[in-house]
Design a protein around this ligand. Structure first.
Ligand code: F6P
Length: 342
């Protein structure tokens, strides 16, 4: 059998570890051949691929990014996209496809599987917001990078008596902000799921200064003020899945804090640093297990599924279940962080 592999959406530490595990087990245990499609769904759409064998996977386990490249191409936003993918798979002699991606990439995989294509999904996102799995790889790395940044910012905040706002990724879900905020001892964590009251934020900032410590605020890029004044948009550009490019809430918040409290407030935007570089040991372990399980699903002819972590077990769940709705931070989980606010 020949298997196509692709990685779509934002890059994420651990993608190469998945590819390596898929290929290693696929070749040595199942006797499969592989073809790597370039740049997410653009690869099968435009029939762009590269060879993918054990030799191409040597040394990639600790490497960030993806050797296959990625994009946010949506084949369903293109005329005849589905037929073009079918045609590519047929002419390349590809019998099944392993798609590694987040809600958008796996959303496409779900629709392709519904149209009868043999697809297996592997969930990835630093945001950890896919509902079918307890964790996605990449999240642990992002949380560790953000936590280290917060640790470092404490010293400058305290030396200069400044409020420091750390903007982290998280479009719809505040998992990175919540975990890094708790781990880094933040005095306030603001997430998309819980619109914030700016008066209350400023009250907490002032109470923190009264303890002679400087406040660190961790804010998800998708956090919004409760008054409904809207998300801070960097620009109006949208990708092919209709997502606007976020960014800017940290700077707006720092301005507002400075204006209302008279205290100096600065912003640090971690941005793509959170997705870059080598994955943590946990993410390498999870990505490897996902890769091994995905290639086994192909060997079993079990299509239309994605692999998922449930507790300590890697299981298969229907693709539609994994991509149906986002996994968000509950009020109960947020309350755990609130104990430390102010
Ligand atoms: O989905 C992962 C993610 O890193 C989000 O946290 C963020 O909103 C988005 O990707 C940024 O996308 P891009 O790198 O395309 O600007």
């Amino acid at each position: 059998m020949k298997i196509g592999v692709l990685t779509g959406g934002g890059d994420c530490p651990g993608l190469n570890a998945v590819i390596r595990a898929v290929v290693r087990k696929g070749v040595t245990v199942h006797g499969f051949e592989f073809l790597g499609y370039r740049d997410g769904w653009r690869g099968p759409l435009e029939q762009v691929s590269r060879p993918l064998g054990i030799a191409e996977c040597r040394g990639i386990l600790p490497r960030g990014g993806t050797i296959l490249g990625s994009s946010r191409t949506n084949p369903f936003a293109v005329d005849g996209g589905l037929d073009r993918i079918r045609h590519t798979l047929a002419t390349d002699g590809v019998d099944a496809l392993i798609a590694i991606g987040g809600e958008d990439t796996l959303g496409v995989a779900t629709r392709l599987a519904e149209a009868g294509l043999p697809v297996v999904g592997v969930p990835k996102t630093i945001d950890n917001d896919l509902s079918g799995t307890d964790f996605t790889f990449g999240f642990d790395t992002a949380v560790n990078i953000a936590t280290e940044a917060i640790d470092r910012l404490h010293t400058t905040a305290e030396s200069h008596h400044r409020a420091l706002v750390v903007e982290v990724m998280g479009r719809h879900a505040g998992w990175i902000a919540l975990h890094a905020g708790i781990a880094g001892g933040a005095s306030i964590v603001l997430i998309p799921e819980q619109p914030f009251d700016i008066d209350e934020v400023c009250r907490l900032v002032e109470s923190r200064f009264q303890t002679r410590y400087a406040p660190i605020l961790v804010v998800s890029e998708g956090a919004v003020p409760a008054d409904g004044s809207g998300m801070a948009l960097q620009n109006e550009q949208k990708d092919e899945f209709g997502h606007v490019r976020l960014g800017g809430i940290g700077a707006r918040l720092a301005d507002e804090i400075e204006r209302r409290t008279g205290k100096e407030a600065r912003t640090v935007v971690l941005g793509h640093i959170q997705r870059g570089g080598t994955p943590t040991a946990f993410d390498r372990w999870l990505a490897t297990r996902f890769g091994l399980a995905a290639v086994d699903a192909v060997a079993d002819g079990d299509y239309g599924v994605m692999v998922a972590l449930r507790g300590t077990q890697v299981v298969r769940v229907p693709l539609a279940e994994g991509t149906g709705e986002l996994k968000l931070v509950s009020p109960h989980e947020y309350a755990a962080a609130q104990v430390f606010f102010g």
